[in-house]
Ligand binder design. Structure first.
Ligand code: SAM
Length: 390
């Protein structure tokens, strides 16, 4: 492909990504993979160049652009050398007009900025993200793993974590294939550590998804006790099964919940749990640096729906706890609506409950919980809080 053809490919892909973000279609990575599957003539260099153009344009536009071309023309304001690629050649973009629309530069959507927790440094939300590993204590000790990844550094405050540069191909390593390590952001690892799960406990991971945090809880429990991974989406729980197998976490039970009737399936666990983790569905604000196109999918209406769901999940989580048990509420969101305000509202709805400070070497106290951010803590962004009842 010529450099101009790569630019046109990036514009076409951006059009598809914009439409998918508007209509709830596939993720950018899926669309890029599909695009190249249908264009076998594109070589590795072409793919890399197109992908770089696409992601540079996505990162630069906080609000969803009208068109791929407007996103790219906007990017050109920061990278004027790209203008030469609009050359009107056969497979390249048409020449630039004098009044070409350009999407404005912004790190995040304008409407969400006032909703973020005060101390969030907005530009860092779109920064580069490293690859963090968690050594799986069910199979290995950190000192055995470090030599497998010579470029890895330790992460302060986490004994089982290692940090590799962005893009490190961990999933091609034997250590990953044999379940000795998992890829997991340091923020998620801090949250699981703060839960304080120990061997012999009963722990419910109520929004387990494909089990990122479930597997970390399993390792903290050394494979002993009862660990229940619940979610409303069957395909996510199904993805946990082979991961648990690989990790040697054979004691995990999965529980598929019916949306709207979760309490029915959970009733046998009432009053049983030492720890319930609610890693709630959320806006994902804190993970935009890994998934920048997600900010084009979020709307004020969607945020409200998420907040309603978060409150509802907390309400059916609370009765699961044994006396003195710990409810940990976590989101990878940095809006106060989804963090601080959820804790305040929960405490107002539940007599006899209070927030408890969770042990964590990083982050900042914020509204009854703790805030982790990319700029302050070099992690994805999270809010998490500990709650306990009488
Ligand atoms: C942030 S994700 C969980 C990520 C996962 N804990 C991890 O560490 O990989 C939130 C999950 O909540 C699930 N969820 C949404 N509504 C739910 C509900 N009403 N009850 C339980 N889980 C729900 C979603 O399907 C999604 O998998």
């Amino acid at each position: 492909m010529t450099p101009a053809a790569r630019m046109q490919a990036a514009i076409d892909l951006l059009d598809a990504i914009i439409a998918a973000a508007r209509d709830g279609g596939p993720a950018a990575d899926t669309l890029i993979a599909r695009y190249f599957k249908e264009r076998r003539y594109a070589g590795a260099k072409d793919r890399r160049a197109v992908r770089d153009h696409v992601y540079a344009a996505i990162r630069r536009s906080g609000d969803r652009p009208d068109t791929g071309r407007a996103a790219m023309v906007g990017l050109m304001q920061a990278r004027p050398e790209l203008a030469a690629l609009f050359d009107g050649s056969t497979h390249g973009p048409a020449p630039l007009a004098a009044d070409e629309p350009a999407s404005p530069a912004a790190a995040i959507p304008g409407w969400i900025a006032p909703l973020l927790a005060d101390p969030v440094e907005v530009d860092a939300l779109l920064g580069r993200a490293p690859v963090d590993l968690r050594v799986n204590r069910l199979k290995a000790a950190p000192e055995e793993i470090a030599p497998c990844f010579p470029e890895a550094c330790p992460i302060a405050g986490l004994t089982d974590a290692l940090r590799l540069p962005e893009g490190a191909p961990v999933e091609q390593s034997d250590a990953w294939a044999n379940g000795l390590v998992e890829v997991q952001d340091a923020g998620s690892q801090h949250i699981v550590a703060a839960c304080g799960a120990r061997p012999g406990m009963t722990v419910v991971d109520l929004c387990a998804g494909a089990g990122g945090k479930t597997l970390a809880l399993a390792a903290a429990m050394r494979g002993q006790g009862r660990l229940i991974a619940a979610d409303t989406i069957r395909s996510r729980l199904q993805r946990l099964t082979p991961r648990a197998e690989r990790a040697g976490a054979h004691f995990i039970e999965t529980l598929l919940l019916d949306e709207g009737r979760e309490a029915d399936r959970l009733a046998p666990l009432a009053g049983q749990a030492d720890i319930v983790l609610v890693d709630a569905p959320c806006s994902g604000t804190g993970t935009w640096r890994r998934n920048p196109e997600a900010r084009w999918r979020l709307t004020p209406q969607r945020l409200e729906r998420l907040a309603t769901t978060q409150a509802r999940i907390l309400d059916f989580a609370a009765p699961l706890l044994a006396p003195g048990g710990l409810l940990v509420y976590a989101t990878c969101a940095l809006t106060d609506r989804e963090g601080r305000d959820q804790v305040t509202a929960f405490l107002a709805r539940h007599d006899g409950w209070r927030d408890v400070e969770l042990p964590c070497a990083v982050g900042r106290a914020h509204g009854g919980g703790r805030l982790l951010t990319p700029a302050h803590d070099a992690t994805d962004g999270f809010f998490f809080a500990g709650l306990t009842g009488d």
